[in-house]
Every structure is written in structure tokens, then in C-alpha cells.
Write a protein that binds this ligand. Sequence first.
Ligand SMILES: Nc1nc2c(c(=O)[nH]1)N[C@H]1C(S)=C(S)[C@@H](COP(=O)(O)O)O[C@H]1N2
Ligand SMILES: [Mo]
Length: 548
Amino acid sequence: MTAGAVALGIAQLVAGVFGGTSPIIAVGNSAVDNTPLWLKEWAIRTFGENDKNVLIGGILVVVALLAAALGVLSRRRVGFGVAGLWLFGLVGMVAVLTGAEAGPLAILPPLIGAGAGAMTLSSLFRRLEPPPWAESERAEALAAAKTDDSRAAAEPGDSHAAAEHDDSHAAAERDDSGKTEMPPVMRAGSELHAFSRRRLLTGVGVGVGVAGVSGIAGQLLSGRNDVSGARTAVAKALPTAATPLPPLPAGVDFKIPNLSPFSTPNHDFYRVDTALVVPAVDPKSWTLKIHGMVDKPIEITFDDLIKRPLMEADVTLTCVSNEVNGPYVGNARWLGVRMADVLREAGLQANADMLLSTSSDGWTCGTPIDIVMDGRDALFAIAMNGEVLPVSHGFPVRQVVPGLYGYVSATKWVTDIKVTRYDLDEAYWTPRGWSAMGPIKTGSRIDLPRNKVKPGRNTIAGVAWAQHRGIEKVEVQVDDGDWRVARLAEVPGPDTWRQWAIDWDFTPGLHTIRCRATDGTGQTQTANGAPPAPNGATGYPTVLMEAV
Ligand SMILES: Nc1nc2c(c(=O)[nH]1)N[C@H]1C(S)=C(S)[C@@H](COP(=O)(O)O)O[C@H]1N2
Ligand SMILES: [Mo]
């Protein structure tokens, strides 16, 4: 385990020096990429937004167990352990090489890490072997033991003498702690044992120290890739919208305690992505390439982008993985450049129907061209809620398209758009069991009450969304009674969620609350339950609660 820790620590250090990925993260990334749909759904359901930490923790536990097993094998033959460490290194190398960000130096962390681990293991086992000078002491002890034995053998009949001899010997050798006598050979052996155990423990201590220091140093060095400075710089010079939106109408928010606020604060905004380490993209080196089925491929810099007319849009994002009544939905005012304007510059060819966007970390997303070009507020966004995009939400540039689930529209850290066709290309989630198309289904959520209330009058409230169609009506049903129409908060447009509320007199006891929303086209949410995969969960949000 010490050797394994040294391997990982050194790998982290090398990754820090050369700006690569640590093998644990690389293995984690390929685990994320290869997780089957059912496992992914289970992980999100069970661990929510902690799923990444659970994954990394799990990998570390598995690695520790495997390292311990290798250690046991190594007691038979150090070669087994050394081979095992190199095998780990190989797994790490395959993981980094198949990752999206693999540069030529990417194999260095697992390679050098495995080497360091193998060296540590052999050196620790060498410490278990007696050193040459101890070997000669041992030989002396052996010789002495032989003399004793031969003397005993020379007086086979004289048991008394032999016993006397043994007694005196025992008395002479008995130590203060009163330990029982031990034949010289064994004694010499056990001293050596104690000695080599000390040597081993010192070695382990040094190893653990090296692992810790190199691991921490590696992390600190990776911190050089930190873009918080660059983010502050953008914040200082954040341009304003050429066409700013009026402030939100006062009536968008009922301001009911525990009801989701109309504007989701950035730090509360849900986060869903495949990135175990948030990509650090420097706006100075960021470019967006638009190529493929275009008349004129273009590549624009961050400065090019923000010199264009900026606009604001209130848009609610929703994740296709959101379960009925789930948390993966949030609303913000975005600042950005209209995607359609930039795309028109490149000249979209008539037979193209898909934008295949790629993030700096290699995630891909397929968005229908007709939706992006139909005049809705589809943006290359640079800010959210008046603040430069947080790094975890796509700094410096992300896409926002009202009406489409995030996995088919909301590419964070976007750097590349290939104009293509659905029958020619496939985005990240499509072969993993999610539909190529992801229009947002009309949805709603009951925010309160969630479990217990006092009997009598209480407020039932929540949010509902049907981006780009708008919410026309929300109804509430208690205990299989009549559906009653809830009051609706105001909205700035059809692209955001809408708060709803209704007062209810609860009798003491258990109650079931349901809600359902009707969108701007008159369509009401279906009662039929469906899981998130492949294209979004359905069913009435239901809450079981008690008035006591
Ligand atoms: N680069 C990248 N962008 C991405 C994703 C991703 O995995 N990688 N996930 C998408 C999904 S599934 C959703 S729901 C939204 C979530 O955006 P948020 O994390 O800012 O809320 O981002 C989208 N953009
Ligand atoms: Mo999503």
C-alpha cells in the first residue's frame, strides 16, 4: 500500500509539473465514459451531485485493496508486486491515452508513478532482508548454536549434565522481563526480525511521507492551471448588453419561504457534467471553431466574441436526468451572443441539421439547427445572473438554448462546433442510451410542503416549466379530490419556469398532494410515469405529507 501511495503521489506530482491528468482522475474519467445507463441512473439517484466524490473515493478504496493484495503476493516473490504495479501503470496509461485531453506528455504521470511505486516496493522488501554485517552476526550465532548442539550430542547419556548445562545457560540468558529461553539461532533470528521490522517501518514512513508531499505538491502545481485570476480579469471588463432586458417584474417571485426563488443563485445552480476535474480554460487562448458543412469555416477568439452585440435572456435550464420532483432545474439571466448570428457568418449549408459542439474536455452535444436558428434566444453565454460564468458552469463560454435539455444544448467550455447531420454524427450521450433529440417535456415540482405541516391553512407551492412554450396553468389535487387551479407568478417570457401556489386547509392526518402543469399550447403533463432515460421523466409530481 505504501508503494501504491508513492506511485499515486509521484504520478500526481508529474501531472502537476507537466499539466497532465493524474491516473486516478484518468481512470475515473474513463469509468464515467463507460458507465452503463442503469448504473449512471442509480448513481445519480443515490448520490446526486456527490456522485463524483463517491466515484473517486471508490476508486481509491479499490486501488488500496488491490495494493494490499499485491503486497501479500509480493511476500512470495517481489516480482509479483512489481509486475502488478506496472500493470496498474498500464491501466493508467490506457486511461489517459483514451481521454480527450491526451497530449504527448500524458503518459508520463502513470509511467513515472508506476516506476516509483515499483522501486519503492523492491526497496521496502530489501529492507526486510538482513544487511551483510547482520548476516555475519547471524553466522556467528549459528556457529555458536552448532557448538551447543554438538556438545549436547557428545554427552548423550549424561542427561543430568545436559540439563545442568541448559539451566545455567537459561539463567545466563534470561533477561529482565523474564522471557523464556530461546535457542540462540532463533534468538539471533528474532533480533534480526526486530531490526528489519524497524528498517521496514522507517522505509514505510519515508514512503508515506514521499507520497503525501509529492501528492500535495502535485495538487498545488496543478493549481497553476487555475483560471480564477483570468475570471476576475473578465469580470473587471465585463461588457454590458447592447440590448439589455428590463429588470425582472416584481411579480415573478411570491417570496414564499422554501419555495425555489425565481432566480437561482449561481452557487445554488445545479451542476451536471462528466468532468471530474473542472476544465480550466483561459479566455486568452480560448477560440471557437465553426466548421463542417459551412461555406466558410471560422475561428473566433474571446475578444472577437465579446465585441459583438451582447444580449440578455432569462432561460431555465433542465437536465434530462431530472426525476419527477427532482432538483436538476434552475433559472438564470444569461448574457451572451446570439448563436444564430455567429453561425450565419460561417454560412450553414442547407442540408445540415445538427450542430455537434465539443467542450475543451472532449464532451460532445448534438443540437438541432432549426431550433437554434428559429429566432429564440439561443446564446453563447459568458455570464449568468450578472456574474461571469462560474468555472463549473462553463467559463469562459457555454451554450444556452431555451427548450432543449442540457445534454443536447447547453455545452459548457465550448470550443468547437461541427456543422453536420444526425445521420452522420452522434453526440456523447446518444450511444449511451439517451435520445438524439431532447426537447424539454412540460414539468412541475412541488417545493412545499415536503413532509409535515400543522393542520389548518397551509400553502402548497412549487415551480413549473415548459421552456419556449410557457406555462399556462398549474393544478393541484389533494387526496384524489378535485383538481384545483393554482395561482401563477408573473414571468418575463416563455423560456423560464413559473412559480405557482395555492392555499389549502389540511385536516389532521396523512395526505397525498399532486400537481400538473399545462403549457402554452394547451398540453397538460401526462400522468403516465416514465424514468428519465431515454428522453425525460414523466408523471405527476407527488408528495406524501402529514398534518400533525
Ligand atoms: N462540457 C460539458 N457541457 C455540458 C455537460 C457536460 O457533461 N460537459 N452536461 C450537460 C448537461 S447534461 C446539462 S443538464 C447542463 C447542466 O448545466 P449546469 O451544470 O451549468 O447546470 O450542462 C450540459 N453541458
Ligand atoms: Mo443533463
